[in-house]
Design a protein around this ligand. Structure first.
Ligand code: ADP
Length: 491
């Protein structure tokens, strides 16, 4: 099958969060399972091009009309590992992607509606035999209505949209639709908004309505987003379209995340040689100037500091770990100034204690690998979590997860006190008390029952969170759509 992935993130050249890992991991595994795959991204000026090989300008150029202006696009081709990438560069509108960051601009809706248009036009002109187009998030959702409106005669493709986090939906005043050639009345949002926000377009809503199939990144999250509490206003539309919605768990790239061969580590280990993980812990503590205290559990948290991640529980976990004689590394920063300021203050308050390091680096791949390998425990106290990757990576590196039972966290971490083959610790109430008690449960086994602790580590390390199984599930969806198409889309 010929499959196009359209995404705004790709690990490691354009990474903001988990979407980047998924874009790379899924496409590579689907390709490895024998399909013809290519990925389309905007040519952001902030792309880390040093990771690309054979970056070349193709002779393929084309034009689109955007806001009634003829825009020219040229196409770069590159390899990322074994994957074919096409990077689209609008030569007459260079400022759209020539920015220091990927997202976070007032004109993001404009930027990504333009990208949706040029991505689809690229497929129609350059890869017209593409059978399956896989969209990700709101940024590329407008491909679905564009296809219905203008491209269904030039292309015979099916469209799948993956919802990675439905809290980010993409909104704009509906005249934006006219800029990309969509009639605004037909595609205006039907969601219940306050009268103040009338005549809006909701990108994700259109993606859900006009894609042939919707996936999200864990079975539990698929259930959760059909509820009022977690549907972020889209629950009714999702319920109406549940015949074309499933949750498929994200995987991780087992080659990239492998404690046996990880180039970021100086000591390598497997589940048969867990003792060697101690060397990674000491190397990490030396690197970060953390005392080499014996019998002190090293707890980590690696995440973007946004409300979703359960910030009050993260703070409590830091303080409680220290109270219990443990050590803590927080790795990540906040895109929200107020939250960052809050954590800056916490760092200031704790600066005298060498057992805690708050590292506000938004992206450092090598250090992330060293932290996963060197830690004993990772916390993921998210209020909601579509899938979550850090608990999966942690398991692979023998770092035991403590998670709130929500979304993909609930589908991947099983409490050792409930399951004989548990791989971590779970709790439900989103409270400081609940995370403190769960930390204490974990510390008790760590200190008093080293044999059981080793078993927990081993169980986690032996779990298969690779993309193999998940890619098979995606392929089942693709094949069903391409080979036995049902007419699932609202016309
Ligand atoms: P989200 O997509 O909400 O950010 P996920 O858990 O799905 O959360 O994915 C987070 C990804 O980002 C993981 O691969 C994690 O290792 C990575 N990550 C988070 N913070 C950093 C950082 N400071 N440096 C490097 N990687 C990071």
């Amino acid at each position: 099958m010929k499959i196009a992935y359209i995404s705004c993130e790709m690990c490691p050249i354009a990474k903001v969060g988990g979407l980047a890992d998924v874009s790379l991991g899924l496409a590579r595994e689907v390709q490895a399972q024998g399909h013809e795959v290519f990925t389309i991204l905007p040519f952001f000026s902030c792309i880390k091009a040093q990771y690309l090989t054979s970056l070349t300008l193709t002779s393929f150029t084309y034009t689109v009309y955007f806001n009634n202006v003829k825009e020219h696009v040229r196409v770069w081709q590159a390899k990322l590992y074994d994957l074919n990438l096409y990077l689209l560069e609008p030569t007459t509108a260079p400022t759209l992607f020539d920015r220091p960051h990927i997202y976070g601009y007032r004109d993001d809706a404009r930027r990504f509606s333009f990208f949706s248009l040029i991505a689809l036009e690229f497929i129609a002109g350059f890869k017209p035999k593409t059978e399956l187009i896989h969209l990700n998030e709101w940024h590329t959702s407008l491909v679905a209505p564009l296809y219905r409106e203008h491209y269904h005669k030039r292309l015979k493709s099916k469209i799948v949209l993956t919802l990675h986090n439905i809290n980010y939906q993409g909104n704009a005043y509906y005249t934006l639709l006219e800029k990309i050639g969509l009639p605004k009345e037909k595609y205006v949002s039907t969601l219940h908004h306050s009268p103040k926000i009338k005549n809006h377009v909701n990108f994700l809503e259109l993606g859900i309505l006009y894609s042939d199939f919707i996936t999200t990144v864990s079975p539990k999250y698929a259930e959760e987003i059909m509820s009022v509490r977690q549907g972020s206003g889209l629950h009714e539309i999702l319920i109406k379209n549940k015949h074309k919605l499933i949750g498929i768990l994200n995987g991780i790239d087992n080659q990239m995340w492998d404690p046996q061969s990880d180039p970021a580590l100086t000591t390598h280990y497997t589940y048969n040689h867990i003792d060697k993980k101690h060397a990674c812990k000491d190397q990490l503590r030396k690197l970060l100037d953390i005392p080499l205290k014996a019998n002190s559990p090293l707890v980590i948290c690696i995440c973007r500091l946004v409300p979703q991640k359960g910030l009050h529980m993260i703070k409590k976990a830091i303080l409680h770990t220290l109270e219990c004689g443990g050590q803590f590394i927080l790795f990540g920063s906040s895109p929200i100034a107020k939250i960052q300021h809050d954590f800056d203050q916490l760092k200031e308050k704790l600066h005298h204690d060498p057992n805690v390091k708050l590292i506000f680096d938004s992206y450092n791949e090598e250090l992330a690998h060293q932290i996963y390998a060197g830690a004993d425990l990772i916390i993921c106290p998210s209020l909601f979590e579509p899938c979550g990757l850090t608990q999966l990576i942690a398991c692979r590196y023998g770092t035991v997860p403590i998670v709130r039972q929500t979304g993909g966290l609930a589908n991947t971490v099983f409490d050792v006190d409930e399951y004989s083959s548990g791989n971590g610790f779970t709790y439900l109430p989103p409270t400081r008390k609940a995370i403190s008690e769960t930390l204490e449960r974990a510390f008790a086994i760590y200190h008093d029952d080293p044999k059981r602790w080793k078993e927990i580590i081993k169980t986690g390390m032996q779990m298969d969170f690779s993309w193999k199984q998940s890619a098979k599930e995606y392929l089942k969806v693709y094949q069903q759509l391409v080979e036995h198409p049902l007419n699932l889309v609202n016309q």
